[in-house]
Write a protein that binds this ligand. Structure first.
Ligand code: FES
Length: 87
């Protein structure tokens, strides 16, 4: 199915570019021009990239992922206040 009708780019082509390292709509545009004319396909490209089309996303941004995991672990370890403490 076509994602970008201006340049005739398919979902499969976007996924292939993602697999070779294009992990943002801008990088996809650099690889195949998708999103650089009318721009109406950019949200569709973002949605495709957000659904695991980019296997290298974790490798590109380990700090954000590490911080998010640390924050979630810290939040999970904070005990709930007792009824006496909450009152
Ligand atoms: S549909 Fe992709 S730039 Fe127009």
């Amino acid at each position: 199915m076509y994602v970008c009708s201006c340049f005739g780019i398919t979902e499969q082509q976007v996924r292939e570019h993602a697999e070779t390292g294009a992990c943002t709509p801008r990088q996809i545009a650099g690889a195949c021009k998708a999103g650089t004319d009318c721009g109406s396909c950019v949200r569709k490209i973002q949605a495709l990239l957000g659904r695991g089309a980019c296997p290298r996303r974790e490798a590109l941004d380990p700090v954000v992922l590490t911080t998010a995991a640390t924050t979630a672990a810290a939040a999970a370890s904070v005990p709930e206040p007792t009824a006496a403490e909450a009152a």
